[in-house]
Design a protein around this ligand. Structure first.
Ligand code: GAR
Length: 202
């Protein structure tokens, strides 16, 4: 079984969806750790309910990103973590984690990359007026939402959509796509060559 650490900063609905899918069976993986930068985040309660250990840290207590990432890296190594899943982790990642985990760290993003990287992507898509947006799961590289794409799912923008209604459908798509992508990786079906990804389908 693939040992996973999920990084999250907020509600954690994607963390929950992944944990539920693993619990339901059929994904040869286990979530060993939640890494969270916000003690008050709902995801912390979710982890507690699921009996999953949490590594909490407060960025302000460190001189820079590299310093807290060093500590996280030690924790991940001590636990033998093989895959990092960024699921609503709202911080930039430095080379301290990218280099040792390149090809073994994925991010879920609420838009069809390379459109609308960064924050508030659902609002960006609405404001731009696109008719189709969606979600992307990609390997993390040194940039912001620039890494090799593994999977995408389109979500239609409907007349009258608000940020709330569109965001709800984007989340639904995320809750399917993230567990499916983790399953592909856990089954060894995802290969990264240069910066392109191939997936062996059943
Ligand atoms: C998700 O929509 C995720 O794609 C997004 O944050 C949300 C977290 O929701 N991530 C980013 O915007 C990263 N730039 P959740 O806490 O309910 O899983």
């Amino acid at each position: 079984t693939l040992k996973i650490a999920v990084f999250a900063s907020g509600s954690g609905s994607n963390f929950q969806a992944l944990a539920d899918a693993i619990q339901a069976g059929g994904i040869p993986a286990s979530i060993e750790l939640l890494v969270c930068d916000k003690p008050s985040a709902r995801v912390v309660e979710r982890a507690a309910s699921l009996g999953i250990d949490t590594y909490l840290f407060q960025p302000k207590q460190y001189p820079n990103r590299e310093a807290y990432e060093q500590e996280i890296l030690s924790e991940l190594r001590a636990r033998g973590i093989e895959l990092i899943v960024l699921a609503g982790y709202m911080r930039l990642i430095t080379r301290v984690l990218v280099e040792p985990y390149y090809g073994r760290m994925i991010n879920i993003h609420p838009a069809l990359l390379p459109a609308f990287p960064g924050v508030n992507s659902v609002k960006q898509a609405l404001d731009y007026g696109v008719r189709v947006t969606g979600v992307t799961v990609h390997f993390v590289d040194g940039g912001t939402d620039t890494g090799p794409i593994i999977a995408q799912q389109a979500v239609e923008v409907l007349p009258g959509d608000t940020e709330e209604t569109l965001s709800a459908r984007v989340h639904q798509a995320e809750h399917r796509l993230l567990p499916q992508t983790v399953r592909w990786i856990a089954e060894g079906r995802v290969r990264l060559e240069d910066r392109l990804v191939t997936v062996d389908r059943e």
